[in-house]
Design a protein around this ligand. Sequence first.
Ligand code: ARG
Length: 460
Amino acid sequence: STNQSWGGRFSEPTDAFVARFTASVGFDQRLALQDIRGSVAHATMLARVGVLTDDERDAIVVGLDEIRSEIEAGTFQWSVPLEDVHMNIEARLTEKIGITGKKLHTGRSRNDQVATDIRLYLRDAIDTVEAELTRLRQGLIELAERQADTIMPGFTHLQTAQPVTFGHHLLAWQEMLARDHERLLDCRRRVNVLPLGAAALAGTTYPIDRHVTAELLGFERPAENSLDAVSDRDFAIEFTSFASILLMHLSRMSEELVLWTSAQFDFIDLPDRFCTGSSIMPQKKNPDVPELVRGKTGRVYGHLMGLLTLMKSQPLAYNKDNQEDKEPLFDSVDTVRDCLKAFADMVPAIEPKKASMFDAARRGFSTATDLADYLVCRGVAFRDAHEIVGQSVAYGLKTGKDLSEMTLEELQQFSDAIADDVFAVLTLEGSVAARNHIGGTAPDQVRAAAQRARDALTSL
Ligand code: ARG
């Protein structure tokens, strides 16, 4: 026998390197508070069903409470030979309260214990992430409302397409995030299921009451199958998948912010506090925050692929492979939380350069479709209208004039269906105001959409 807690059947101590190689305490100590919460609930349940006496339960709860204080104060001595967070805490409990500490693990295994800890951790993390996501959505909705009348070019192929309102563009971002928000809440439902009671894999012979434990820990219900309960990590994959899709969205927004702050676009200004300078070029103001968010997207994609690959082909039930779930999950949580915080702080501070946006929309013949639609209203077939407007644009390119800057005579060279009411549709304001239906870019529609988005957010 060796002095490990599981050393009874061993005749020699673990190799020193193997001990370090298999230990997880370096990273799973992050689960300490969840581990204690889970143990308190387990001991409470064991006392309720008569497996522990009330005195034993009280000694365990008091001991664990002291350990929590030691951990929070940073005085807890973590030990690598004790392998992981679970055995570190249990060993300290026994050190403090003696033999009763050794009873805590009755009817439990580290397999259902660790699965419970991660779910408790992730449930808390989801709530933190959700708060930042809500703050970002609110910021976007408010900015969109303030910018409902601001006109900018809309793009396809990154070429000027049609004028849109800046508020409409911001609400497009908001829609992406609304779907991410739904995915996050959906993921939370599947995280919020209790593994404890599954024990090592087959359940336990003690008369446990898993409904009590579930209720004490705020879980929706006990996991249905003990083999699945200890080996399932798809809840972590689901979170990382949510995080990947969300960051894909943030990276798209980042890309636009980076483009828009450039001198070539010159659509927005980001306050200095979200930017940094160059050590050599004195004139530089770089949009580091969106660039970094764009960059961090890659590591979370990596974690998603890592977790999928970790779980691939694992036979039932628990395998040590599963210890590798933690670092990618923790880093995904940290990354997505920090990126959301950066965006939630930054978005309300975006300063649109309205005149510059407006000029850009005018320069790109963005009302060409409006002129074609105008001709259709006057009886020209759409394909012919397309050709007529194409010729007008070619003329504009040659003469350096936007469609709205041409005289009526100039326009009439291409079609005698054009009359002097054409200028009402050729202006940018007329163009956006005409797209006046649900989902359209008209300022009134943007204001109504912002109100609906706010209602949807508060009714979640
Ligand atoms: N540190 C382990 C993990 O993170 C805890 C579970 C260990 N279980 C076992 N049978 N070795 O997965």
